[in-house]
Each structure stands twice: as C-alpha cells, then as structure tokens.
Design a protein around this ligand. Structure first.
Ligand SMILES: Cc1cc2nc3c(=O)[nH]c(=O)nc-3n(C[C@H](O)[C@H](O)[C@H](O)COP(=O)(O)OP(=O)(O)OC[C@H]3O[C@@H](n4cnc5c(N)ncnc54)[C@H](O)[C@@H]3O)c2cc1C
Ligand SMILES: *[C@@H]1O[C@H](CO)[C@@H](O)[C@H](O)[C@H]1NC(C)=O
Ligand SMILES: *[C@@H]1O[C@H](CO)[C@@H](O)[C@H](O)[C@H]1NC(C)=O
Ligand SMILES: *[C@@H]1O[C@H](CO)[C@@H](O)[C@H](O)[C@H]1NC(C)=O
Ligand SMILES: *[C@@H]1O[C@H](CO)[C@@H](O)[C@H](O)[C@H]1NC(C)=O
Ligand SMILES: *[C@@H]1O[C@H](CO)[C@@H](O)[C@H](O)[C@H]1NC(C)=O
Ligand SMILES: *[C@@H]1O[C@H](CO)[C@@H](O)[C@H](O)[C@H]1NC(C)=O
Length: 581
C-alpha cells in the first residue's frame, strides 16, 4: 500500500521529471514532503533529547544539520517558513519583489542600520540563499589559511555543496559587457568560468539553474539522514537554556515559540558531546547570545536580562562592505541580470554588475535588479534621511519615470574587508524585533580611498570601446537623466567631476549595501578557533557572525562550505577519520 502522501509525492516527481528536472529539484520536493513540520507539532510527540540543536536553518545551518544527522540526532529550528512553492523565492525574475515584501510573513525582514542604510535579513528555511542574488564564488586560499581551516577538508566541502546546488550561468548581455569592459580597462587576465578567487576578471557560479530556478541551502537537507533529522518551521528561539549549577555555565537546550505563540523547551542529551549550535546569521547569533545572558553585563542589566557570562565583545566589531554604483543608460533595453561577472582588483575593490528590466509598461516589471529603489538600494537622499516609507513612495512614483530610466544597467563596486567597524546592541528583549546595528561606513579613511578608486575604475570601464557601443553618453541624455534622478529621488548617475572631494561625497551620499555584513561573534573574542563560545560549555556559533572579513568576492559559497566543514569536523572528532562525512 502506498500512502496518500506517497502517491502525491510520486505524481509530483513524475511531473518534475517530465519537465526535465534536476536531482536538486527532486530532492527539494522530497524534503518538503518528508521532513518539514510546523513548530507546534513539537508538543504532540513524546519528549526527546537531541545530540545537537541547531538554531537557524540558514546558509550554514542547513548543511551543518544535514551532515551531523548522518550519525547523530539533530533538531533544526528555523523561525521562518518553507521556501518551496513560493515564486518570490524560486524565480530569479522575482528577486526584487520578494525583497520588497515587508509583511511579517515575508522571507526577508528589513532593518535600517543607524547609519541609515536600508538592509535585510533572511527569515526562511534556507536563509540568505533564498533571497540573495545567487552569485557563487569561493574564498581565497589566504582566507582559508587565516581561518586556520584544514585545507583538504575545505577542498572536499566546497564540492559537496557545488554538486548539489551550483550551476554555471548563461552569461547575460550586460554581464558579458562588463566582462569585456573589465578586460579592456586592464583588469586582466580573463580567467574564464571559475569558482576560484583569482586576480583579474571571471565568470562565477550561481545557485540559479538555466531556467532561472533558485536552488538553496534548504535543498542540502536532502543529504541528511531523515531518521535522525527533525526540522521545525516557524520555531523562533527566544533563548538558550543554561545549566548554571557547575563552575561553568553549560548549555542544556533552548526555549522556542511556535507559529501560534506557544512556548516549548527542547533539550540536549545529557552527554559531554551534546551541543547547541547557533547558525542564526550575523544579526541573529549575537542577538541570541545577548538575549541568553552572554554579553556586556551593564547593557544586559539595563534590559533586565539575567547575566550568564560577562563578555563585552558580543556584538562588537560588526561591519558591512559598502556598495556604490553607477547607472549606465543604454541605446537599447538590456535583459535582467543579477551578478555573474566579477573583477577582482589588486586594490581591495571588487567590481560587479546588475541590470534591471524596463521593456514593459507594467511598473512592477520595470526595475533596476539588485539596485531597485523599492528595496532601498537607490536614493539621492543621503543615508541618514532614508526610510522604508521613502522606498515605498518611490515604488509608487516610479510609474512617472520615462522608460529610458530603466533602459541600462549598473556597474557596482564593493570594498573588500572594510576597516570601518560598528556594533550591534539589543534594542529590546523581543527576539522578533531587530537589534540596533551600526556599521559606520567610511569612518576609516582607507575605505573611502578605496571607494574613490572603485568609482574611478568604473569610469574607466564605461569609457572602453565595448561600453561606448552600448551606452548613451550625449550631453542631452545625461542632463535628462540627472534631472530625472532628482525628480525620482534615485542616484542614476553622479555629477560628473574628477575632483576627489566630490567623489568622496558621492561615496558617502550614495552608499548602499551588498548584504555581506558579518562579525559580532569574533574568533578569539567570543568563540575559540573551533567556534566554541568562550567561557561556557556545549555551545558553538557557526555562521558569518564569526568572520573578521567577508570571504571571497561574495560570501555564500564559504558560509555553506563552513556548515558542511564544521559538521564533518565534529563527526571526525567524535568518530575518528573513518566517519562517513
Ligand atoms: C539580498 C541579498 C543578496 C545577496 N547576494 C549574494 C550573492 O549574490 N552571493 C553571495 O555569495 N552572497 C550574497 N548575499 C549574502 C549571503 O546570502 C549571506 O551572507 C549568507 O546567506 C548569510 O548566511 P548565514 O548563515 O550567516 O545567515 P542566514 O542565511 O541569514 O541564516 C540565519 C537563519 O537563522 C534564522 N534565525 C535567526 N534568528 C533565529 C531565531 N531566534 N530562531 C530561529 N531561527 C532564527 C533566520 O531565519 C535564518 O534562516 C546576499 C544577501 C542578501 C540578503
Ligand atoms: C510576493 O511579494 C509580494 C510583495 O512584494 C507579496 O504581495 C506577495 O504576497 C508575495 N507572495 C508570496 C507567495 O509570498
Ligand atoms: C585546495 O584547493 C586550492 C584551490 O583549488 C589549492 O590551491 C590547494 O592546493 C588545495 N589544497 C589541498 C591541501 O588540496
Ligand atoms: C527601538 O525601540 C524603540 C522603542 O520601542 C523603537 O521606537 C525603535 O524604533 C527601535 N529601534 C530599532 C532600531 O528597532
Ligand atoms: C528638469 O525637468 C523639469 C520638468 O520636466 C524642467 O522644467 C526643468 O527645466 C528641467 N531641468 C533641467 C536642468 O533640465
Ligand atoms: C580632471 O582634472 C584635471 C586636472 O585637475 C583637468 O585638467 C581635467 O580637465 C579634468 N577633467 C574633467 C573631465 O573634468
Ligand atoms: C556515520 O554515518 C555514515 C553515513 O550514514 C555511515 O556510513 C557510518 O558508518 C556512520 N558511522 C558510525 C560510526 O556510525
């Protein structure tokens, strides 16, 4: 006898295989049917204790849970819902639509840092990989060395991810133009298609397949052992529960809220090796440590959080790589593209591109790709004056923009390893609310200097013969665009000048984010080299909050790799090298 659910599953699998689906898509459907449950289902099952409780089913949490479940029982708690069947997530064309959704059910939770830059955090199984621009590129060998990672295991862990969810892109016209423009402007050699981090120009991988269908970290759960892996959705962890009877506080489990607001307690097995592992992201992990009583005692006291361990470093040293961009109007409309090409310069600046779509009269379809103003990425107002309301206003008003304003693409520059540092602090004790975050963009002069270099590099690329063929640069059009920029409140182009002070001003006024924020639980300050939280037992943090700088040109490859890597590392430690991982 085949169960009803089994029958449905078979039908869906057949349908997908008719569509010529990939292994990843079949795995995804399987995950959806077999293992995902709402958090409220927790109370209806007999009390269980787990070897590992992982908080956050995101970019690092999913591969980590899948790997540990090969040999141990794992409970994975994710505050968001399932990504499957949500077109805002699965379709590349909808990138900006999902991000603009600010409802409580949205897979992205927006926040504005005190700097005024509109930003977002994932809130869905699969985490950032469900809402990001999909570009996939590994960290440099020097990053791996500095992290103290086992190179051989790193070299096995990246392909574990790549085999399952990474593709080579069909290079879009705007990305091909950037590729040629970069090489012509001297950012050479052209290194072809590669995941590796090498100077020059390259095409990287992507988690979008040829049909523009997104594959995510949630798909990696299919590599786990279903007997050992329990995944709960809409399970919001409020705090880590500690056993404080001994000399050293010891994690015992977590307290979480289900989709109906009911509280539950999940417990670790009472064994030396059991662990709670936070993979809640660069905002979520420091926030949870603080809510659980690990942080600066003065700040915790102000909010009446019971102190477990005084550590003034929690939430310190956060940074976000500033993004600045220039719009190039083109003679003809260009196809939408997110990121496929990157120029890796020797001056600590990466150059990438994105193009929107403006062929339709439908205003929802007219957008600027990753630079869309409705997601907070474009504004002529300096950051301090930006707001979510202003972004909404833009979305309404953009109907009045002429189509030319959407005909073209952006070239953007990101600064590698910003020296400007900020901090994260609790604003209140509700885990659903964002903490207060400050990045202090360009507070370090070297960051500003690199932005100026980046903008000038973009100008050089724009002046290449390759771009001259594509773009409109007569004085009339430029004037019109500038005027339009002011009316529409978008920074389509900067005022042309080669005076350093005004390029610096342009950097400050037009700064946005590429969402690569990191830090808050730094190695040596909050966690040790194995990512164990200092001063307590049975607690680790495995995600981008432990990074001192964002890996590679874009971080997702290395964050997923790190989840797999740490899972394998933990298994090897407990089982010896013979562990299947
Ligand atoms: C719009 C956007 C575009 C991007 N583009 C790219 C790109 O093209 N290429 C690239 O390499 N990188 C890109 N990035 C960056 C990359 O996606 C992130 O750096 C990465 O996904 C972060 O991984 P993480 O594991 O640290 O956090 P996340 O993936 O965010 O995982 C954290 C998870 O924890 C959950 N969580 C948090 N708190 C709790 C709690 N209390 N209880 C339960 N669950 C909780 C969250 O819901 C989330 O699912 C982009 C990011 C964004 C937002
Ligand atoms: C997609 O996003 C739009 C808003 O940006 C929202 O109205 C819609 O409900 C979302 N769809 C789903 C399936 O969540
Ligand atoms: C791992 O891969 C990198 C890049 O592909 C290579 O340079 C390095 O030699 C490899 N290291 C090991 C130990 O295999
Ligand atoms: C912090 O809390 C106050 C009061 O609840 C609120 O007005 C403010 O918007 C919050 N700040 C952030 C950054 O969420
Ligand atoms: C900008 O556009 C407005 C309205 O179309 C027009 O009145 C004004 O003269 C223009 N300004 C410049 C500098 O072109
Ligand atoms: C740039 O500056 C140089 C020297 O300061 C000047 O000669 C040149 O005309 C300027 N170019 C432009 C396009 O303003
Ligand atoms: C761990 O799991 C792997 C994969 O399921 C299996 O091959 C291996 O035998 C297991 N090891 C132990 C010690 O149970």
């Amino acid at each position: 006898m085949v169960s009803k659910e089994g029958e449905l599953l078979v039908k869906i699998l057949m349908f997908l295989s008719i569509l010529g689906s990939t292994q990843g898509r079949r795995d995804a459907v399987e995950v959806r049917h077999r293992r995902l449950r709402e958090a409220s289902s927790f109370s209806s099952t007999p009390a269980a204790e787990y070897d590992y409780i992982i908080v956050g089913g995101g970019t690092a949490g999913c591969p980590l849970a899948a790997t540990l479940s090969q040999n141990y029982s794992v409970l994975l708690l994710e505050r968001g819902g399932s990504p499957y069947g949500n077109g805002n997530i699965t379709r590349m064309q909808n990138f900006h639509i999902g991000l603009a959704d600010t409802s409580p059910a949205s897979p992205s939770q927006s926040f504005i840092s005190t700097d005024g830059v509109i930003n977002t955090r994932a809130r869905v199984l699969g985490g950032g990989t469900c809402i990001n621009a999909g570009f996939y590129s590994r960290a440099s060998p020097s990053f791996v060395k500095a992290a103290g990672w086992d190179e051989e295991l790193v070299n096995e862990s990246y392909p574990w991810v790549e085999r399952r969810i990474v593709y080579w892109p069909d290079v879009a016209p705007w990305q091909a133009a950037l590729r040629d423009g970069l090489v012509e402007a001297g950012f050479s050699p052209f290194n072809g298609y590669t995941y590796d981090h090498i100077y020059g120009t390259k095409i990287g991988g992507t988690i979008f397949d040829k049909d523009g269908f997104r594959h995510t970290a949630a798909d990696l759960l299919a590599a786990g052992n279903p007997e050992n892996l329990r995944v709960l959705l809409h399970a919001t962890v409020q705090k880590i529960v500690f056993d404080t009877k001994g000399r050293r506080p010891k994690a015992a489990g977590v307290r979480f809220k289900d989709e109906n607001g009911k509280l539950h307690r999940a417990l670790l097995k009472n064994a030396r090796h059991s662990e709670v592992i936070l993979s809640s992201g660069a905002i979520g992990s420091p926030q949870l440590l603080l809510l659980s009583g690990i942080g600066h005692k003065k700040h915790l006291k102000k909010l009446d959080v019971r102190l477990v361990l005084h550590n003034p470093h929690v939430g310190k040293g956060m940074s976000d790589n500033p993004l600045n961009s220039i719009f190039m109007p083109t003679r003809k409309p260009v196809r939408q593209s997110l990121i496929q090409t990157v120029g890796i310069t020797k001056k600590g600046v990466f150059i990438e591109a994105s193009s929107g779509f403006g062929q339709s009269s439908d205003s929802i379809r007219c957008h600027h790709g990753i630079m869309s103003a409705e997601i907070g990425q474009l504004s002529t107002i300096p950051p301090k004056q930006r707001s979510l309301e202003a972004a909404k206003r833009y979305a309404r008003d953009k109907q009045n923009l002429p189509r030319e304003a959407f005909q073209g693409g952006f070239i953007l520059e990101k600064i590698d390893g910003p020296l400007s540092r900020g901090r994260l602090r609790l604003n209140d004790t509700d885990v659903d609310n964002n903490p207060s975050v400050t990045f202090n963009y360009f507070s370090h002069p070297y960051d500003l200097k690199r932005c100026v270099y980046g903008i000038r590099s973009i100008e050089e690329i724009v002046r290449t013969k390759r771009f001259a063929r594509l773009t409109v640069d007569d004085a009339y059009t430029m004037r019109m665009l500038l005027n339009m920029s002011v009316q529409a409140n978008v920074n389509l182009i900067p005022k042309h000048t080669n005076d350093t002070a005004s390029v610096e001003q342009f950097c400050r006024d037009s700064v946005t984010t590429i969402w690569h924020y990191h830090g808050g639980c730094h190695v040596g300050k909050v966690v040790d080299g194995e990512y164990r939280v200092l001063g307590v037992s049975r607690l680790r943090v495995v995600d981008g909050s432990t990074f001192d700088r964002s890996p590679g040109t874009n971080p997702q490859a290395t964050v997923m790799m790190m989840g797999r890597y740490m899972g394998a590392k933990i298994l090897r430690k407990r089982l010896g090298r013979a562990a299947g991982a």
